[in-house]
Design a protein around this ligand. Sequence first.
Ligand SMILES: Cc1cc2nc3c(=O)[nH]c(=O)nc-3n(C[C@H](O)[C@H](O)[C@H](O)COP(=O)(O)O)c2cc1C
Length: 278
Amino acid sequence: MNNKDNLFDISFPLIAAAGPYSGNIKGIKRLYEIGFDYITTKTITDKADYISGSIAIKNGMTFNKDGFSNINFSDWIISLKHFHLLDRVIVSIFSKDVEEAINIACEMEAIGVKYIELCCSCPTFGEEPLCFNEVLLYEYCKALSSKIKIPIIVKLLLSTEEKKNRRMVEIVKKSGCHAVSVTDCLPIIEFDDEGKFEKKGMTGDFMKFLVLKFLEDTKEINFPKIAIGGVSSSRDCINYFKLGAIGVGQCACLYTKGVSDVIDTIKRTKQILEEEEL
Ligand SMILES: Cc1cc2nc3c(=O)[nH]c(=O)nc-3n(C[C@H](O)[C@H](O)[C@H](O)COP(=O)(O)O)c2cc1C
């Protein structure tokens, strides 16, 4: 399965990354109509207290304090079970408790879900993303991959350190999971108008240069990588593919650029992919 040709049934898919739009079935349908090949759900957890919900756009940057899905896991099961686009859905999951994560993944597999994304990247609540703890990352991924058969994509937060980027990908590969996706929002601190600061996630144009570096850092590792972060044009998508990504994900552009711009980006990217025969 560690082969770019059999992870997805579409070459070079364009993927809607987990975000507010993919927080329910209606949003997922809309993202499919917009032209995405696959849609990643907002991260589904076993706990409802992860909800918080805010997104702000300033100076071309997106600040995320959106939390995980506010629809609980059993309601997701009900709505996904007979969903006609289930083949196009990547279900993003997270739990601090690996047994709970296994339970969510097993139930998703049982209803016919085709892909799981394990969210090991989330910095939104001011905690260290799980992916930076190498021992935990291995144990978590290994436990999950030994229990479910469908492909598991492990979402990582990139590091500025080349060695760390390589280590994370090697660990996921060794664990038996099937791909990595990178990246989430970067952990930052922002002051509000009253002078108080808050921990948040941030994305924007700058992200693409870091994602490109991640792809370059890890290019010798033969393992499927999905590149997410900072995409705002077809050229950005193509550059990710050229540096070895097997798929490209987008999220904030739906807010920063707007839906019609995203539709154009998808169409244009598909055109270039045909013309350039990557
Ligand atoms: C408002 C907002 C909510 C998000 N929610 C999730 C989430 O539930 N799960 C997840 O893995 N990533 C989540 N993300 C991260 C995105 O999936 C994506 O990885 C990140 O925003 C970088 O891509 P972009 O620059 O195209 O937005 C969220 C991002 C934003 C801006």
